[in-house]
Each structure stands twice: as structure tokens, then as C-alpha cells.
Write a protein that binds this ligand. Structure first.
Ligand code: ADP
Ligand code: MG
Ligand code: MG
Ligand code: MG
Ligand code: MG
Ligand code: MG
Length: 674
């Protein structure tokens, strides 16, 4: 999350009066960059990852593991170290070479949680296959450097959420009382957020706009000793510090749900994001659309979030919780009250799966769009008048239905068209599962697409595997001109499905049957016509462009989507042909020049994903559930206590540092990849 500006942040009542100005200026800035950058061509195929850590203080002799709130000190230590790249941390490749020795040092960024760190490579990755081999060592290097700038008992870990964030008692170091003026949370102190004025203001203004605290309710996992109906025992119904303390007395905490009430419960989660630069605008729009339907599949595959606030949840991923944690919609926008002062009903939080497609691909049928997409018609008209095409104007007119949440007074003095700050204000608080990133104001880099749904994995091996997989999928999409379109509402449905426990092995997802189909005439089948053509069998038959949309997709397991159907592999009895994403990646790799060493390493990454999809290896969510379930301190009542949490984090530290061999039961998570 970039820090946009410094200055006087307006409280919501004042910010609200400036919203139209920010939107109007944001649109002017967008048009400025649009006109400057729309014809940009031949940008390099660069990409980059973002890895987020929780920082914990842990010692095996301490009964508690705590979140360390020393983000600022750690960042200062990192910033003060001029020679990060030789911090005694340079990992070597298996052949003994040190591929990263000449790379610029990694970059560390603040995040919402004062217990979080984000890190990116020192420069984006290039197009060469060989470079994919540097991703994992670079991620390891980043973890090592981060650790090197922490106290001896502090550790960067890659768990999506801290299991006891917001539990009664002490869970941070240092500890602060709850119920502060900004968050007004009964579970977490204001000091849980990054103190940079942007973050507490974001939280406070979301609450204020909404008219009550955010309501993050996660179904509790019902275990054999869980009392039922279950009432969250940590909710305090007798607090009277703030008007918002009435929320729980007004039903904010329903039975059988873990109840949370602050932005930190969502934005305090860690994820793995990948940003791709496209060669031009058209390709960027294509990548945005084609990666969209893959979002829920990758969310299910990376599931790693089975615990909230000290309880086992009945869901496996973080997505909906972040969505609720930043949901600033008013009662009117939510449809709970007739529209009087709000402009429209809004079906989704500003953190949600994306709601429209943006490409001008002729294969994009009108039926794939959401007929009820909410847009701001006046904004759309301005964009059209400014020369933007209808489809992209619709996308931005949808993003711009939102109010800016954090506004700095100093930025409202004059409009600066050499900046994009007002545009970014709205853009960067639309947290959708894909983000279409226009070039920055100086037009120095190209159009980019960010893939945002993946959960962070415990090891850098896994994080590298998923990052590299997405890179390869993107190459396959472009080189085979694949068509993943399904109606965008089905993508929403898949997003919900991905939340279910063990969705990766137990659920089915809407997915397109024929990835080579229709309407782009010869191009799709032509590009894959070699001996290993992925376009063999029924997948080379163009579907009728006029057939019903419902016939174009069906429910598939993640295994089928990733590994292909038994029928395709030739071993199935009946069933439908589907090639599978990994076999497509393999045939792509067969069709290009990749040296043996690189191909071997890529094969390991693909193997991990293949096995996660088939269930042979477990998701982190499943693995953590088993760890809790088998711990002697767990009573079968859904409660994840302090000792269980400490021991879990202890194992996660070991696995993350590459000492997984010392951890019992790690085989199901990582198999032979330890
Ligand atoms: P944000 O938090 O807004 O998504 P970050 O700067 O944290 O942005 O991360 C962006 C990612 O994009 C980083 O991994 C970075 O290396 C990568 N990146 C930077 N420049 C480019 C580029 N021109 N093309 C593709 N990726 C890039
Ligand atoms: Mg981040
Ligand atoms: Mg970032
Ligand atoms: Mg960000
Ligand atoms: Mg990002
Ligand atoms: Mg699995």
C-alpha cells in the first residue's frame, strides 16, 4: 500500500463535502494519463511480486506468542542499512551460484497493520525464463534481510492472519487498551494500525461513513465439543465508551459467528500479489479479463486462513473478511433503508471480486457482463467526452461510484495534472481481485494488471511456485490466445465457493469448457497446432458463437481445472474433455526454448500446484486445522488458545526458515519439496 500524501487528513464530515471535487479532479488526471499513455507500445513484459509478513515475538519458552508493533523501527533499521544486498543473507542456487549478488536490494514497505511488513524485489522481474529461478532465492533473501533487522526474538512469518488477533488479554507487544477513538473496537486497540495518519483516518472514516462499526462475522467451525448455538464468548455487551458500542446490542454479533469489529481484522491479513506489465493497453485489458475467472480458483488453491480471533472458522480463506472489514456502505447503499441521501444501492463492498470486464475482445459476449453494474453516468460521460472508449469508461465509472475516504486538505488547493493523486485516491481504495493499473503520471512505465486474490503461503518455495505459475499462465494465455470468459456473476459465485472448508478438493467451480473457442476466427487454434498442441480433441472445435452462454461453461473441480479431466488424459470413462491449466503450461513450455535446469525447477513448482489441486498435498488451511485439532491443548470446542497458537507459530517459523524437516506432519503440506 503506497503512502499517498502527508498533510491534514479530513474527518469524514469534512471529507464528504470534498468527495465530488476529488472525483472530478481524479477523472481529469485519469484522462490526462489516458491521453498520454493510450498509444504506448512495446513495453517490456515485466512483472513483480509482493509478499507480506506478520511480525511476531516468539520464544519457545514463553507461554505466549505476540504480534510485534515495531513496524516503524524495523523499517527505519532497513532504510538505514545502505548495504542490504550483502546483508550476510545472499542465498545460493542449488548449483552454488549466487544469482542475486548484483540485483538492487529488495524494497520494504509499511502496511495497514503495525505488525506487518510488505516486501517487493528491488526491480521487477524480466521476461527471461531463467529469471524465474531467481524469484525463490530473492524471496528467501527478503525474509532473511527482514529477520536481520529485527530483534532476536522477532520473526517475519507468512501466515495470512495472526490466530489470536483481537482475543481477550495480551496479543501485542507492547500492549494497549482497546476501545480507542479511531477504531472504537472492543477487541483491538487503535495502536494496532500503522500510525501514519492515512491509516487511522481510513479506518475512522470508513466507520463514520458507514454510520456504525464494520461488522466482520465469520461462521465458527462446529467441532465435537462446540456448544451450539454458539455465542462468541469474547463479545462485551456492557461497554459504553462510544455510540458504536451499541452495535452488538443491536444484533451485530449473531449466534454461530466469530464477531469482529475493525478494519485490522481484514487489512491485517497477508497476501501474495503479482503485477504484470503488458506490452500495450490492449494486451493489458486482455490480461485483466482473462485472469479474472482464475481469481477464485487460485484463492481456493492457496487457502490458508482457518482461524480468527482465537477460534476455528468454518471458512478457509481471508477474502470476505477483508471485504467486510473495509465495507463503508451506508444502510441505504446496503439496501437496508430506502434511498434518501445516498445515491444508489451498491451490491458489493469496495473490497470485492471485480464486477466487469474491460477488453474489446470480440469474444467478450454481452451476456458475460453484470446487467446491474452500478456506474456513475456523469463520470462515464466525462470519460467518453475525453476520448475513452465505452468499456473502459464503464470500468472507471464503476470504480468512481465510491467516495474518497482519506482526503488531505493541502491537496485540494489546486489541480496538478502532472500527478495522479486524486485518481489514485479512488483507484487504490477499490480493492478488487484484479486491478488495472494505468501508467504513473510521468508515463515512465506501462499499463499493468495486478492479480490480487492469492493467500500468502508459509514458505517462499510455495510463494515462488504460485507467483511463477501465474507468470506462466499469463504467457500461455497470450501465446495460445486462451479464452476464459464466463459471466462475471459466475466469478462472484466462485469467489464465495472458494471460502468453503477444503473447497479445493470438495467444491466445484464454474469454468469455461472450451478455452480455444470462437469468434476470434483462426487465431486461437492456429497458435497451438504443433505435436503437443493443447488444441487437440474437442478443444479445437470452435463453439458456436451464437449458442447459449450457459452451454459455454460448467462446474469443475479445481483438480480438473488445474490437472485436466481424466477423459482428456485418455484414462477416463466418459466425462468431458478438459485439458487443464498445467498441461497447457507444459505444452507451452514444450513450444519454447527453456534450458534443462530451468525446466526442472519450473517442474517442481508445477508439481506443487498439481498436488495441491489433486489433494495429494494439503492447503495451509487444512494443515493448520489438523495441527490445532491434534494439539493436546485443544479441547474440541473450536477455541485456539495461547499455547496452541504459540506452538503453531513456532512450527510456522521453522517451516518458513527452511527448517521444516524439524516439524512433525509437514509432509502433507510440502511432500518431497522440503
Ligand atoms: P501496489 O502495492 O500498489 O500494488 P507495489 O509497488 O507494492 O504496488 O508493488 C508493485 C509490484 O509491481 C512490485 O513487485 C514491483 O516490482 C512490480 N513492478 C514495478 N514496476 C513494474 C513494471 N513496470 N511492470 C511490472 N511490474 C512492476
Ligand atoms: Mg500490501
Ligand atoms: Mg504494495
Ligand atoms: Mg498496495
Ligand atoms: Mg499490490
Ligand atoms: Mg488440495
Amino acid at each position: 500500500m503506497g503512502l499517498l500524501a502527508l498533510g491534514t487528513a479530513l474527518d469524514w464530515p469534512d471529507a464528504k463535502t470534498k468527495a465530488d471535487q476529488v472525483r472530478a479532479w481524479g477523472i481529469k488526471q485519469l484522462l490526462e494519463i489516458w491521453n498520454k499513455a493510450k498509444g504506448k507500445e512495446r513495453d517490456a513484459m515485466l512483472w513483480g511480486d509482493e509478499v507480506e509478513y506478520l511480525v511476531v515475538t516468539y520464544s519457545k519458552d514463553d507461554p505466549k506468542v505476540l504480534l510485534s508493533l515495531r513496524q516503524a523501527d524495523i523499517l527505519a533499521a532497513l532504510a538505514g542499512d545502505k548495504d542490504l544486498s550483502t546483508a550476510g543473507c545472499v542465498p545460493t542456487l542449488p548449483d552454488g551460484s549466487r544469482p542475486l549478488a548484483n540485483d538492487p536490494p529488495p524494497v520494504f514497505h509499511p502496511e495497514f497493520g503495525r505488525f506487518m511488513l510488505e516486501t517487493t524485489p528491488g526491480k521487477p522481474w524480466g521476461i527471461e525464463f531463467k529469471e524465474l529461478l531467481n524469484v525463490e532465492p530473492n524471496m528467501k533473501l527478503r525474509r532473511c534481510i527482514a529477520k536481520d533487522h529485527m530483534l532476536p526474538n522477532e520473526f517475519p512469518i507468512t501466515l495470512t492472519t495472526f490466530p489470536r488477533l483481537g482475543s481477550p488479554g495480551v496479543f501485542t507487544e507492547p500492549s494497549y487498551p482497546v476501545s480507542g477513538p479511531k477504531l472504537r473496537s472492543q477487541f483491538v486497540p487503535d495502536e494496532i494500525a500503522n500510525p501514519h495518519i492515512r491509516f487511522p483516518t481510513l479506518a475512522a472514516n470508513i466507520r463514520s461513513r458507514r454510520g456504525r462499526k464494520v461488522q466482520v462475522n465469520v461462521p465458527v467451525f462446529r467441532d465435537k465439543n462446540t456448544p451450539w448455538p454458539w455465542k462468541d464468548p469474547t463479545v462485551n455487551y456492557d461497554l459504553h465508551n462510544w455510540p458504536e458500542d451499541d452495535d452488538v446490542r443491536n444484533g451485530a454479533a449473531p449466534d454461530n459467528f466469530i464477531h469482529m469489529d475493525a478494519m485490522a481484522f481484514g487489512m491485517g491479513s497477508c497476501c501474495l500479489q503479482i503485477t504484470f506489465q503488458a506490452k500495450n493497453l490492449t494486451e493489458g485489458r486482455q490480461m485483466y479479463d482473462q485472469l479474472s475467472p482464475l481469481g477464485p480458483i487460485l484463492l481456493a488453491l492457496t487457502a490458508a486462513t482457518p482461524i480468527y480471533k482465537g477460534f476455528l472458522a468454518d471458512t478457509d480463506v481471508r477474502w470476505n473478511q477483508i471485504s467486510a472489514a473495509v465495507d463503508d456502505r451506508t444502510a441505504e447503499e446496503l439496501g437496508e433503508k430506502p434511498l434518501e441521501t445516498s445515491r444508489w444501492r451498491i451490491p458489493k463492498s469496495r473490497y470485492a471480486s471485480n464486477s466487469t470486464y474491460i477488453s474489446e475482445d470480440p469474444r467478450l459476449r454481452p451476456e458475460y457482463f453484470d446487467p446491474d453494474l452500478v456506474i456513475d453516468p456523469a463520470i462515464k460521460q466525462q470519460l467518453l467526452d475525453g476520448g475513452m472508449d465505452d468499456r473502459l469508461a464503464t470500468h472507471f465509472a464503476h470504480l468512481f461510484i465510491r467516495d474518497p475516504i482519506v482526503i488531505f486538505n493541502e491537496d485540494l488547493e489546486s489541480l496538478d495534472l502532472s500527478k495522479t493523486d486524486h485518481f489514485e485516491n479512488i483507484q487504490s481504495t477499490n480493492w478488487q481481485h484484479m486491478r488495472f493499473k494505468p501508467p504513473p503520471a510521468d508515463n515512465s512505465i506501462g499499463w499493468r494488471v495486478e492479480f490480487r486474490p492469492m493467500e500468502i503461503q508459509i514458505t517462499d518455495f510455495e510463494n515462488a511456485a504460485f507467483a511463477v505459475f501465474m507468470v506462466l499462465i499469463t504467457r500461455v494465455i497470450l501465446s495460445f490466445d486462451l479464452n476464459f470468459y464466463i459471466p462475471i456473476r459466475r466469478v462472484d459465485e466462485n469467489m464465495e465457493t472458494a471460502h468453503r472448508r477444503d473447497a479445493v478438493i470438495k467444491e466445484k467451480f464454474w469454468f469455461r469448457r472450451n478455452l480455444f473457442s470462437a469468434q476470434r476466427a483462426q487465431k486461437g487454434s492456429g497458435s497451438g497446432s504443433g505435436a503437443n498442441s493443447p488444441a487437440r480433441s474437442s478443444n479445437s472445435r470452435p463453439a458456436s458463437p451464437v449458442g447459449p452462454v450457459e452451454d459455454e461453461y460448467r462446474l469443475m473441480s479445481v483438480d480438473e481445472i488445474i490437472n485436466g479431466s481424466a477423459a482428456y488424459a485418455g484414462g477416463g470413462e466418459g466425462g468431458e474433455d478438459f485439458p487443464g491449466l498445467i498441461p497447457l503450461v507444459e505444452s507451452y513450455l514444450d513450444s519454447v526454448n527453456v534450458d534443462v535446469a530451468t525446466r526442472c525447477q519450473l517442474a517442481r513448482y508445477l508439481e506443487l500446484i498439481r498436488k495441491r489441486a489433486s489433494g495429494e498435498l494439503w492447503t495451509a488451511a487444512r494443515w493448520i486445522r489438523r495441527f490445532v485439532g491434534e494439539h493436546e491443548g485443544y479441547k474440541g470446542d473450536s477455541e485456539v488458545g495461547e499455547v496452541v497458537t504459540r506452538d503453531l507459530v513456532g512450527e510456522v517459523i521453522k517451516i518458513g526458515e527452511g527448517r521444516g524437516g524439524e516439524v512433525e506432519g509437514v509432509k502433507e503440506l510440502l511432500g518431497g519439496f522440503l
